[in-house]
Design a protein around this ligand. Structure first.
Ligand code: EPZ
Length: 418
């Protein structure tokens, strides 16, 4: 199992290019199930979760042609022979459950394993299923699988109980091939939903209101192929900027619009950094130590839960105390005991963590638990004095493309050990 060895205490400086967004690419690649024509994508990040998605589509019968340049992929779903997402793949990557909507919409049938619990929370899929039922699907649970059927989905009014990202994506992908109009209310407004809607529109779908609480869809009989470039990854960008903040450096990320990072960038400003926004780049010039700042995670446009752990590392070396409150997932503080091993002073009470900033952290061996927690531990290693080894970094490979190379290009002393 690979590990990351980090020699910390170096202020990061420089510019990195972000990869395509993981959380936009996953549903977009899956949306190819909606058409028999070829769909070509650019800027597909080379990540473990993307490989799992391509494997899932391949098992269903999709033809997949990765271009020589790995960031391009062409997918053609003209000979889908299986409408099933098996347990071993869904267990590995919960995002696979969004095959339900497109499979049901195009083939009238889908069998998808229930994902089960996850390191960061229970993460049920009841909102996905309720939305699909409103579109006319008959859903049964059989031996750990969701078995869904519908002759033809029929447009409906759906009010989500909570603006769930996955449920909005699943139901949106079903609605684009349903008969008539669907109005989805209390939708997730995340930029990745906007990117999915844009990709679906490139395939001929009629959608209005993506990025707002209400999305209107006029269902089509068929969709066609497309050529689409995935948006830049705002969480990857935020992670490198947080590495700059935690180490007292100056980091610029390019290849994405800072507009989608407003809540994150506001927190960098609260933490005493200067933030310079450009059309497709953003730079954070940090002070020697961050200023303390309180954070509460919320659905977009609020501060994202996917940046909570990385900010906690920066607050661990801030000049004062901060409170971070996690409202999206019930178990997303697993990085805390590991950061404490670096000397951080953090107390968790319920869904809030009190972080009393310390002038320095000291390197130690650490264990990664999930994707963003792992990123926060790498950041911890980058600001801690001496050597830090982060074990089980396969979690990082699910969501960060060439993380050690990008950090090394900012001056970090970091290497992967096999
Ligand atoms: C997406 O997960 C992201 N994953 C997550 O990214 C991200 O943390 C999350 O949105 C929130 O922004 C992908 O896009 C692939 P939700 P998702 O449905 O869709 C509850 C990362 O590190 N809920 O918005 O699963 C749920 O348990 C990751 O890249 C229900 O109760 O998130 C959670 O508490 C991890 N029933 C809350 O809603 C449901 O049917 C938000 O979940 C659905 C969700």
């Amino acid at each position: 199992m690979d590990k990351m060895r980090i020699r910390g205490g170096i202020a990061l400086r420089g510019t990195v290019e972000v990869s395509g967004s993981k959380n936009a690419a996953l549903p977009i690649l899956i949306s190819t199930l909606l058409t028999a024509e070829a769909c070509r994508f650019e800027r597909v990040p080379d990540l473990e979760d993307i490989q799992t998605t391509l494997k899932l589509l391949g098992q269903m019968g999709a033809t997949i042609t990765p271009a020589l340049d790995q960031s391009q992929v062409t997918i053609r779903c003209d000979a889908i022979s299986s409408r099933e997402a098996p347990y071993d793949l869904v267990r590995k990557m919960r995002a696979s459950v969004v095959v339900l909507g497109p499979l049901l919409a195009r083939f009238g049938k889908a069998k998808v394993s229930l994902p089960g619990g996850c390191a960061i929370g229970a993460r049920p899929i009841n909102f996905h299923l309720a939305g699909l039922e409103r579109l006319g699907a008959k859903i049964e649970l059989e031996q750990g699988y969701v078995v869904a059927e519908a002759k033809r989905l029929i447009g409906a009014n759906i009010v989500f109980e909570f603006p769930s990202v996955g449920a909005t994506e699943n139901v949106l992908m079903a609605a684009v091939l349903a008969r008539g109009e669907s109005v989805l209310e209390n939708c997730a407004r995340e930029p990745e939903i906007i990117d999915l809607a844009r990709a679906l529109k490139a395939m001929g779908a009629e959608i209005e209101g993506e990025g707002t609480e209400v999305i209107r869809v006029q269902g089509k009989d068929v969709l066609h192929g497309c050529d689409y470039r995935i948006m830049g990854d705002r969480i990857e960008a935020g992670t490198y900027l947080a590495a700059g903040l935690a180490t007292g450096g100056t980091v610029k990320v390019k290849g994405l619009s800072p507009t989608y990072m407003d809540a994150i960038l506001a927190k960098f400003e609260d933490a005493g950094s200067r933030v310079i926004r450009e059309a497709d780049a953003v730079q954070v010039i940090a002070g020697a130590r961050p200023q303390p700042t309180d954070i509460k995670t919320l659905p977009y446009p609020g501060f994202p839960t996917d940046m909570q752990a990385q900010f906690m590392t920066a607050m661990a070396v801030a000049e004062g105390a901060s409170v971070i409150t996690e409202t999206i997932f019930e178990n997303r503080f697993m990085h805390v005991p590991e950061l404490i091993r670096l000397g951080a002073d953090i107390t968790v009470r319920g869904n809030s963590a009190l972080i009393r900033g310390r002038p320095k952290l000291l390197g130690a061996p650490l264990m990664a638990t999930d994707l963003r927690a792992s990123a926060s531990l790498v950041l911890g290693g980058l600001c801690a004095e001496g050597e830090t080894i982060v074990n089980r970094i396969y979690h990082l490979d699910r969501g960060y493309e060439c993380m050690e190379k990008k950090l090394a290009s900012l001056g970090a002393e970091i290497e992967r050990i096999s």
